[in-house]
Write a protein that binds this ligand. Structure first.
Ligand code: NDP
Length: 781
């Protein structure tokens, strides 16, 4: 017995293509608009021309952005309920045309019809339904927020329709309008979607599709009329986009690459885990950002597991994507095929052993066999680079700790699979993995209610769930902020040499690793009153001091593991100790700033510490009930080490407002206090010393904001950066932090009202102090 061919008909797709003469313009303002230049899109399975599409120019992008801008006001004014009805209509439209979408996607991308039919299309439908719900609930659940405006969305070729749904559904639900740039290899389902959405009543200009190459995407990123960019694709292009948007005020989410571990413990159901591997790395030919591409097997079962896996690989069927009985289809393009081959050869050259089963591949077209590389060194190219093809690399480990170490030995952090029949072990490992999604005894599960996104260089922001809808909203209180009054920057002359002079005994030192420390350069800077009188001196921190502070913060890892109850107690303790010295702080603030509000500032700072003590054990995650037998736990995890640049306004309250949410959530901070009025923060050392704050949790480095900011932004051991300073500070924070893709929160030089709780207290900041990890736990026998 063997499989016969079971082809799905492509007649409906061919008919649709024929109505367009297999030639497409952009979809702008509710109709197709001819582009000046055209490019081909081919069928990966046969190499044959499928259609010609427009290659979007700067002008096309401009036309699309104008159409989106024109439509945005009335789309937002339509209200949540009105938009919900449109999103429901889109979901139903997709369902009605499910087969057409599934076949078109298979032809354009080369992936098996089984996948497009059973996963891509149903999940896309689910995203529109789910987000119709968010639109409906916007007024009640998200009333402090409003739409961002016009959103530019750039998507890759591996899940063309699904990525459209992940991006378009939340954007439209929240009241934004969209200009979407699909990948040049796979533009057709987006064009079909736009056409049918218009027929389903979506107003013109709400969703615009501009096709083209990378340069078209770059024009969208650079367009001044775009308020947000949402990107999925390679880490390399993600970095370019981070740089291009830095300082522009555009909001940004990046969903980038991965090299995800698939961890098999010796007590795992080995046959189940083998099936898991099939879904992890041969699903969509391994062209999946969260593919389980690094197999880590516990030593005792490794030989057995690899044997079973090889046997299973021999049963995989590679063939035409429209054949309903195949497991793997075609690779997207000859360029990608060549790249996969080159990386496999490199792996072998670096010592790996290659296994490819003896299975038949189609004679023509873009096909690559399922491949297993064993004997792989942890540092080899194939173990570290994203291959983005059907290639699994395998390594072994002995203990759970070693598994975690190997799993985290990557610059990426998108997802992980953990296989063990001991739930205690699996749930002990899951929080230790540096990634945004963990599947326990499962892999590649997705749902619109469960956020998806990465840690580290896998990008930032989430798609799906409550955390995903926030990415398309802006806080009303922040939207109303005005530029700060121009602040005087401390002049060169105020920086004095020789820290050791007797007259400078009163000079406040730095606070690093729980101790007061002299600045490395032995320089100090004067702190002046508004009338120019010296009211004190502080240390002039430099790069070395920041590095020491980061090392201290990094070492204080215990804080991130401490219980929320414990962190709450310390925040309360800080509040009490500040309260005991309230008058002292008030007079210091008055001396530095001349404000008549010094007492109320201290009072507000005390209250804020109390508030975050209260929040510490309440801003917790959620339990989602996705449509499967199981749960997904949305855990709020700290970012790690976060740099904080404090504003000059409200020097104590601003400082407290920024560090408290971070430490409440388990982060460790390196803080640069107000450059102009730093003494409120240096006086705070005594509060820290008497409040049982563990060494290294809060490190304070005074000095010139620009220099210290640069070192923090470029430091690869800093995970996040909050900058509340000038517009230029925000721009350099975003630009310089691209190295390790830090999560940044910046004020763009706009004045935050630190006394207004809606602007500066609670979830508005706590949301930025955590990253959500979703742990999927299916259950049942
Ligand atoms: P890219 O990151 O280049 O492409 C993703 C999207 O961005 C596409 O729409 C692309 O357009 C567009 N784009 C390309 N350059 C720019 C730019 N400078 N500014 C704005 N947009 C741009 O990925 P590739 O398709 O080239 O694939 C290369 C590698 O990226 C893969 O081998 C894989 O490792 C990784 N990748 C990761 C994905 C993920 O989901 N994490 C998805 C896809 C790829 P166009 O297609 O027209 O070039």
């Amino acid at each position: 017995m063997d499989y016969g061919p079971a082809p799905e008909s492509d007649a409906e797709v061919r008919a649709w293509l024929a109505t367009h003469k297999s030639s497409f313009g952009h979809f702008i303002g509710g109709s197709f608009v001819t582009g000046a230049k055209q490019i081909d899109t081919n069928e990966p399975a046969t190499g044959k021309l499928l259609a010609r599409i427009a290659d979007g120019s700067k002008k096309d992008i401009d036309t699309a952005v104008s159409a989106a801008r024109k439509a945005q006001g009335s789309w937002e004014k339509l209200g949540g309920h009105g938009r919900a009805r449109h999103l429901y209509a889109l979901a139903r439209m997709l369902q009605r045309h499910a087969r057409l979408f599934a076949v078109l996607e298979s032809l354009d991308n080369g992936k098996p019809i089984r996948e497009t039919r059973d996963l891509d299309v149903p999940l896309a439908v689910r995203h529109f339904y789910h987000h119709a719900g968010w639109a409906q609930l916007q007024d009640s659940e998200l009333s402090a927020y409003k739409a961002i405006g016009v959103v530019g969305q750039i998507i890759p070729w591996n899940f063309p329709l699904l990525m459209l749904a992940w991006k378009v559904a939340p954007a439209l639900a929240a009241g934004n309008t969209v200009v979407l740039k699909p990948a040049e290899f796979t533009p057709l389902t987006a064009l079909l979607f736009a056409e049918l959405a218009h027929k389903a009543g979506l107003p013109p200009g709400v969703l615009n599709v501009v096709t083209g190459e990378g340069a078209t995407g770059a024009s969208l990123v650079e367009h001044a009329g775009v308020d947000k960019i949402a990107f999925t694709g390679s880490t390399e292009v993600g970095r370019l986009i981070r740089k291009a948007t830095a300082g522009t005020g555009k909001s940004l989410t990046l969903e980038l690459g991965g090299k995800s571990p698939f961890i098999v413990f010796d007590d795992a159901d080995l046959d189940g885990a083998v099936e898991g591997v099939v879904d992890a790395i041969w699903f969509n030919q391994g062209q999946v950002c969260c593919a389980g591409s690094r197999l880590l097997v516990q030593e005792g079962v490794a030989a057995d597991f690899i044997k079973r896996l090889k046997r299973r690989m021999g049963k995989l069927r590679v063939g035409h994507p429209l054949d309903k009985a195949i497991d793997m289809g075609a690779i997207i393009d000859p360029i990608q095929l060549k790249r996969i081959g080159m990386l496999v050869d490199k792996g072998v050259a670096e010592g790996a052993e290659k296994f490819q089963p003896e299975i038949t591949l189609p004679a023509t077209g873009c096909f690559f066999p399922p491949t297993l590389l064993t004997n792989v060194e942890t540092s080899s190219t194939v173990a570290t680079e994203e291959i983005f093809g059907p290639v699994l690399v395998s390594m072994t480990f002995r203990t759970p700790d070693e598994a975690v170490m190997l799993a985290n030995n990557s610059r990426y952090g998108l997802s992980a699979s953990v296989w063990s029949e001991t739930i205690g072990l699996a749930l002990d490992i899951a929080p230790k993995l540096q990634c945004g999604v963990v599947w326990v005894n499962a892999t590649n599960l997705f749902d619109a209610a469960v956020g998806f996104g990465g840690y580290r260089e896998s990008g930032f922001g989430r798609e799906g769930g409550r955390e995903g809808i926030y990415e398309y909203l802006k806080l009303k209180a922040w939207a109303a902020r005005k530029p700060k009054a121009v602040q005087r920057v401390a002049a060169e002359a105020e920086v004095k040499p020789n820290f050791d002079e007797p007259a400078l005994d009163r000079t406040a030192k730095l606070f690093i690793g729980g101790k007061q420390a002299r600045p490395d350069g032995n320089y100090s800077r004067a702190v002046l009153s508004p009338s120019g009188k010296i009211v004190g001196e502080v240390g002039e921190g430099n790069r070395k001091d920041i590095r020491n502070a980061v090392a201290a913060a990094r070492a204080a890892e215990g804080w991130s593991k401490a219980t929320a109850h414990n962190r709450a107690q310390i925040l309360y303790y800080m509040a009490e100790n500040l309260s005991a010295r309230a008058d002292e702080f008030a007079s210091r603030i008055k001396a530095m700033t001349g404000t008549s509000k010094a007492k109320s500032e201290v009072e507000a700072a005390i209250q804020r510490l109390f508030s975050y003590g209260a929040w510490a054990d309440k801003y917790d995650g959620a339990v989602h009930a996705p449509p499967l037998r199981g749960v997904a736990l949305a855990m709020h995890e700290p970012l790690g080490v976060v740099g904080v640049i404090c504003p000059d306004e409200a020097p104590l309250l601003g400082f407290i407002s920024l560090i408290s949410p971070l430490i409440a959530m388990g982060n460790r901070v390196v803080v640069v206090p107000s450059e102009r009025h730093p003494l409120a923060a240096t006086d705070f050392y005594q509060v820290l010393e008497t409040s049982d704050v563990p060494a290294g949790v809060i490190n304070i480095v005074t000095g010139g904001r620009d220099t210290l900011l640069k070192t923090l932004a470029e430091h690869d051991d800093v995970d996040g950066l909050w900058v509340f300073g000038s517009k230029e500070n925000s721009a350099s924070a975003e630009k310089l932090s691209t190295g390790n893709l830090k999560r940044t929160l910046v004020d763009h030089g706009l004045a935050t009202d630190w006394y207004d709780t809606a602007s500066s207290e609670g979830p508005v900041l706590l949301r930025h102090a955590v990253q959500v990890k979703n742990i999927w736990i299916p259950y049942g026998e």
